[in-house]
Design a protein around this ligand. Structure first.
Ligand code: PA5
Length: 457
């Protein structure tokens, strides 16, 4: 997968039209990149981590890496999710209470697809994420309780931000509609057996969907966590799972020339550990993908930023950027500051909604190069220019080409990055599924809340 755009199309490996394409050429030695020898030297490790992934996802949803079995096992759970979604869909607005992995995945897919396909007939999703009083107030002032549903999502069922968000929404519904009617506006997604939310749902007879116990927050977008809100607003969740399954099938080998997740993991790992590339910038040239980058940053940071006993800590710092906006902001730093960065560009091959540059005849002589161009062509020129500048400065970079922005493509992207992250965790020798620092933050928040208001505090 080392093609470069300048390669004649006929020389590129033929891929089905809907598949992601990767240009990894500029991650290799042409710049400060990985050498063929380094990649070959890592092959036994790649074979090992691939075997671990296969082994630990074989038992499906009961496996340790159940998240990687979701593309093939979740379709069986879809009827229950679609049934709940059909009920939620009657509301005009749906507020998701949740944070981190319980919010970012659905938000990423929703924003990517809604901006491409805005539909006045489908309900709108709103993500609270934080417990900012201004944002909550601003949102509630715009919503009508009689046409608003709430989906509270928490794997543990007790994350303090989500509890506080949910209680505020529930009080708002109850005050406006009364407790009996308010209950008909609420859905819960949580662990099938434990946690405050599961217990509340049982006590108050609230509809509550489970997520597989082995699937952790940031890997849960392909469970009811992401699929319920997305199906409720008309996203083709079957296509999302199909896309993920398509990518999973592509990653079934330990040959990094064929398995894109393994190649990307190897390149990120080698660039960090052998070439000092400690910062990993993801820069899409499509506004609808900004929330996808947020999802990726959380997945990457929480999974890989970890201590390794007796060795260098693991993980590269994931950084969000946006093309072409950050060409006018971050690019100077990327180019001339320390050469400790690698780049992932995301470019869109096909735009559903494009328009010509509105160049009047009178201005043609000033901007002759804009004549007959569409907006996407200008954006593409910006992208290619930035990538060229970065490459000339010898910064390793990879480009992901998306054939379109649809559910199938997003499913591929989600499965791809979940796999890259798990492979990288295994290469570094850390557990990509836990988050000890986040847990410590949760515990300390509780301690400070308990202390406040106590005499002498
Ligand atoms: O990935 C994770 O585990 C975290 O980001 C969680 O998703 C986040 O802390 C929210 O946790 P929960 O889903 O238990 O409310």
């Amino acid at each position: 997968m080392t093609t470069r755009d300048s390669t004649a199309p006929s020389a590129r490996p033929a891929l089905p039209r809907h598949r992601l394409r990767f240009d990894t050429a500029d991650m290799y030695e042409a710049g400060h990149g990985v050498t063929a020898k380094e990649l070959a030297g890592l092959q036994p490790e790649l074979a090992r981590v691939h075997a671990v992934v296969q082994e630990k996802s074989r038992a499906g949803l009961d496996a340790e890496f159940a998240c990687l079995a979701l593309p093939t096992h979740m379709p069986a759970g879809l009827p229950a999710i679609e049934q709940a979604a059909a009920d939620v869909r009657h509301f005009r607005d749906i507020v998701v209470a949740g944070i981190g992995g319980s919010s970012l995945g659905a938000k990423a897919v929703y924003h990517a697809l809604r901006e491409v396909n805005p539909s006045a007939e489908q309900p709108a999703l709103h993500f609270l994420e934080n417990i900012d009083p201004y944002h909550l107030q601003f949102l509630l002032a715009r919503l009508k309780p009689e046409s608003t549903a709430v989906i509270a999502i928490s794997k543990s069922g007790g994350t303090i931000e989500t509890v506080v968000q949910y209680l505020a929404l529930r009080e708002w519904l109850e005050n406006c509609l009364g407790p009996v009617e308010a209950r008909k506006h609420q859905w819960i997604v949580t662990d099938p057996k434990q946690g405050w939310m599961r217990e509340l749902a049982a006590r108050e007879h609230l509809p509550a969907l489970p997520l597989p116990p082995k699937v952790g927050g940031r890997y849960s977008v392909l469970t009811a966590v992401g699929l319920l809100p997305l199906a409720a607003v008309g996203v083709d969740v079957r296509a999302l799972l199909d896309g993920a399954a398509d990518n999973a099938a592509r990653c079934a080998t330990d040959d990094p020339k064929v398995n894109p997740a393994l190649e990307l993991a190897a390149l990120h790992y080698l660039l960090d550990t052998r070439h000092g590339k400690r910062i990993s910038i993801m820069m899409p040239y499509a506004d609808p993908l900004l929330q996808f980058v947020n999802w990726y940053c959380q997945l990457w940071a929480e999974s890989l930023g970890k201590r390794v006993p007796g060795a260098e800590p693991a993980g590269t710092l994931p950084v969000r950027a946006m093309g072409s906006v950050d060409q006018h902001s971050q690019l100077q730093m990327y180019l001339e500051s320390r050469p400790d960065k690698m780049f992932t560009f995301i470019a869109l091959d096909r735009w559903e909604d494009d328009r010509p540059v509105a160049l009047p005849e009178t201005e043609r002589h000033t901007f002759p190069y804009l004549a007959g161009k569409r907006l996407s062509e200008v954006l593409d020129a910006e992208f290619r220019a930035t990538r060229e500048v970065i490459t000339r400065a010898r910064h390793p970079n990879v480009t992901l080409h998306l054939p379109a922005l649809d559910a199938h493509v997003l499913g591929q992207l989600i499965d791809l990055y979940q796999r890259v992250t798990v492979y990288c965790g295994l290469l570094y020798g850390v557990n990509p599924l836990d988050q000890p620092a986040v847990e410590l933050g949760k515990q300390l928040t509780l301690r400070f809340l308990n202390e406040r208001g106590k005499p002498g505090a």
